[in-house]
Design a protein around this ligand. Structure first.
Ligand code: PEP
Ligand code: MG
Length: 757
């Protein structure tokens, strides 16, 4: 059924006129509701705006009692208006009063209206309010009318989001109010700053079209150009350059050719919107659907469609730019907010301005998170609809310790975080002051504090922390952040840069530790039932010697004229080490034959991280030049707890007598044979655990850069002999206690040791 004044196109034309009138926002809204009521021949048209706390406030009405404006409040979920807000979907009823959600508000005088059409006022998938029309007669509103009302709701959404309705200072309007979300802490640190959307949203300035035919043509052209560039990307396999997965691009192509999507946008243009507004109008529906979708596969596809809509918007605003990400100038203290992103993309940002990362997805082992940790920026993941909750430039706080994200924080929250940041900075200052102090306990035991590293961005930490060297260089990180297999030359270049940065300090390179949770996107990998116990690390290296050989060659070449230390991960049997060592020797001999420069010394070591090696210690220590304990994996395999499964990973305490006895045995045996031993798992990064390790005999620990200061501060104040004497009887205990943590804490507290980082 058509409205009396010519339907949606006329409505939009009138809207444009009203928007141009020099009146206040409230007056404009009052005129808009009259306009809609007239256009749709409805007795009532009302606008409800979502306030902080979830109330829906009547902001304007034609037909209802005007004294109810700014007085009537509906809870989100209350009444039909609340239902629309909750479901973010239109509700169209010819007999509203018989609907179970109908709630009567006497002050409005709405008891006489039977039909009801309510549409959500949406922006980026967030509900900002509800727009309603009502009639006395039993009437079913047509699809065209629903469409027209949704389009008008878009215009009102812009008025709400711009702050003009409540005044820019009114923080309680839903879209702009402070909000808080709790996610998963992924990289430690605190980041205070302003939002930079990784996929910036295009700000649409003009919603209503002047010439619909021209807008249709713009839409068609933009779609066609998007399709062409997608085809090109896929055909030329430029996938790597774009940093995207082929299957995502394939999904894009499928949607770009989807008739339904194209048609919905065309229909929106035909109601009188500009091409951009039409894309956003349809995108808003997609986003609302996305938030309700629980099936992970379908959600993912809706995300793809949303991404594609963003690109189409970019294409409309800057033709030819749809598929190329734009790199904007970062503000000071940038907090990047993204649905998900690749590691290389994060490295593209100016790291001097980058303070934090917020992801809708992301887990501790995702590659972008590994990079965030290496860059030392706070990161939080699993924040649902993060990109929809913020606008570029919004103030935001990321707490990578607790997982909290504060969007547009209140002054109180901001102040408390500024204090926290100051406190951390003071601590850092204290740690920096320790940098050049010899790393010795009170009774003179030297404890070498080394770095765990893996990327170029880690290298400045050697100088910054005053570390004794790199105890673990995880070579797989270069492979994980790349979009294709790094060639020998690239590997060699990185290893050389590492040795240059170490400037004579020892560096221990670990050969590729891939497989398990470290998946290379470009390498075919067969799904395994238990990847942690599967075909990974040295197993893969020995079965595919070409890969290992290439890496060994790159290492030997990079270390010409310098000392080289290489160790092998996940060795479970002495014979594996023998085999790996033979491979290195063959490569070394080859260099000799060809007269290439040789490393001045070559030491080969083994990671002790598979429990079977605990029973081959004599044999392994007789062969290896050094050993390094991988306590992360050793703990995982000794206790049979998946280190990546949050449900069980903290179930057992590494400070348990059983685990510490195993570590003590390794240190003792290594000491007896004069084999240097380091521990390079995460436990060395925590001051209390580090004290226990010193107590059971370790004199070399390798850890994350941020831990060097706290661990050093603690060990400078401790007496190693006293620690050993304290720990020994606790390990000999037979009372079945599962941990000695409490005793160690009491020991530290009594001596005033700083063991909380
Ligand atoms: C370990 O297992 O303790 C270790 C240092 O190696 P990764 O964490 O890389 O497996
Ligand atoms: Mg390991």
């Amino acid at each position: 059924m058509r409205g009396a004044y010519g339907g949606p196109r006329v409505l939009l034309r009138r809207l444009r006129e009203v928007m141009a009138e020099p009146v206040t926002a409230q007056e404009r809204l009052d005129r808009i509701v009259v306009l809609i009521a007239n256009n749709m021949v409805a007795e009532v048209c009302s606008v409800y705006v979502l306030r902080g706390g979830g109330d829906l406030e009547l902001f304007a009405t034609e037909g209802l009692n005007r004294t109810a404006v700014h007085a009537t409040m509906m809870r989100k979920g209350e009444g039909l208006v609340g239902l629309v807000a909750d479901e973010a979907e239109p509700v169209n009823l010819s007999d509203a009063q018989s609907h179970p959600s109908f709630a009567y508000k006497p002050e409005t005088g709405e008891e006489i209206y039977h039909s009801f059409l309510g549409v959500p006022i949406l922006r980026s998938g967030n509900t900002l309010g509800v727009l309603v029309v009502q009639n006395k007669s039993h009437r079913t509103y047509s699809d065209e009318e629903i469409e027209a009302l949704q389009t008008t709701a878009m215009v009102i959404a812009e008025m709400i989001a711009s702050g003009e309705l409540g005044g820019p200072e009114d923080p309680s309007l839903a879209g702009r109010r402070p909000s808080h979300a709790e996610g998963q802490p992924l990289s430690e640190g605190l980041g205070l700053g302003h939002v930079v959307l990784h996929e910036p949203r295009v700000v649409i300035k003009k919603l209503i079209a002047e010439d619909s035919a021209a807008e249709l043509k713009r839409l068609e052209d933009a779609l066609a150009s998007l399709r062409t560039s997608l085809d090109k990307l896929i055909d030329q396999s430029e996938v790597a350059r774009a940093g995207e997965h082929r299957d995502v691009l394939e999904a894009f192509r499928m949607f770009a050719n989807d008739r339904g999507w194209g048609r919905r946008m065309q229909e929106a243009v035909l109601t009188g919107l500009t091409a951009e507004a039409a894309v956003e109008r349809v995108q808003s529906d997609t986003r609302a659907r996305m938030q309700r979708q629980t099936d992970p596969y379908l959600r993912e596809r809706l995300h793809d469609l949303d991404d594609l809509a963003n690109r189409l918007l970019r294409e409309l605003v800057s033709p030819g730019k749809g598929m190329t990400a734009e790199l904007t100038q970062l503000p000071e203290n940038a907090i990047v907010v993204a649905r998900s992103m690749g590691p290389a993309a994060l490295l593209d940002y100016d790291r001097t301005r980058l303070r934090g990362l917020v992801l809708e997805e992301g887990s501790a082992s995702s590659h972008v998170v590994i990079v965030a940790r290496a860059l030392g920026i706070a990161a939080v993941g699993q924040i649902a609809n993060a990109t929809g909750l913020v606008e570029g430039g919004d103030a935001i706080i990321v707490d990578g310790v607790s997982g909290d994200v504060h969007i547009r924080p209140t002054a109180d929250v901001e102040r408390s975080y500024i204090d926290k940041v100051r406190f951390r900075a003071r601590k850092q200052e204290q740690y920096r002051a320790l940098r050049d102090k010899p790393s010795k306990t009170k009774d003179g035991a030297e404890v070498a504090l080394m770095l765990n590293a893996g990327l170029l961005v880690d290298l400045p930490h050697i100088v910054e922390t005053g570390a004794a060297g790199i105890g673990l260089f995880r070579t797989e990180l270069q492979f994980m952040v790349a979009s294709s297999m790094p060639r020998t030359a690239a590997q060699q270049q990185l290893y050389r840069a590492v040795l240059d940065a170490a400037d004579g300090k020892p560096v221990t390179f670990r050969t590729l530790d891939v497989g398990g949770d470290k998946i290379l996107p470009y390498m075919r990998n067969e799904p395994e039932e238990n990847p942690a116990l599967g075909w990974r690390a040295i197993r893969l290296g020995l079965d595919r010697p070409a890969l290992l050989r290439t890496q060994i060659r790159a290492l030997l070449n990079a270390a010409g004229g310098r000392d080289l230390r290489i160790m092998f991960p996940m060795v479970a049997s002495v014979s594996e080490f023998d085999e790996a060592r033979a491979l290195v020797r063959r490569e070394h001999a080859r260099l000799v034959r060809h007269g290439h420069p040789l490393p001045s010394s070559l030491q080969l070591g083994v990671m002790i991280e598979v429990p079977s090696l605990l029973f081959q210690l004599d044999e392994i220590l007789a062969r290896a030049d050094f050993v390094s304990v991988g306590s992360n994996d050793l703990m995982q395999f000794l206790f049979a707890v998946d280190r990546g499964n949050a449900r069980v990973s903290t179930r057992f305490d590494p400070l348990s007598p059983g685990f510490l006895r195993a570590l003590q045995r390794i240190a003792q045996k290594a000491g007896e044979t004069g084999t240097p031993v380091t521990l390079c798992g995460e436990i060395g990064s925590r001051p209390l655990e580090a004290m226990a390790l010193i107590g059971v005999g370790y004199r070399s620990l390798s850890m994350s850069p941020a831990s060097i200061g706290p661990v050093k501060a603690a060990l400078l104040d401790v007496d190693a002999a006293e620690l050993a004497a304290f720990v020994e009887p606790l390990l000999a205990r037979s009372d079945g206690a599962h941990s000695i943590r409490a005793e160690l804490k009491a020991f530290a507290a009594k001596r005033g040791l700083q063991v909380e980082p």
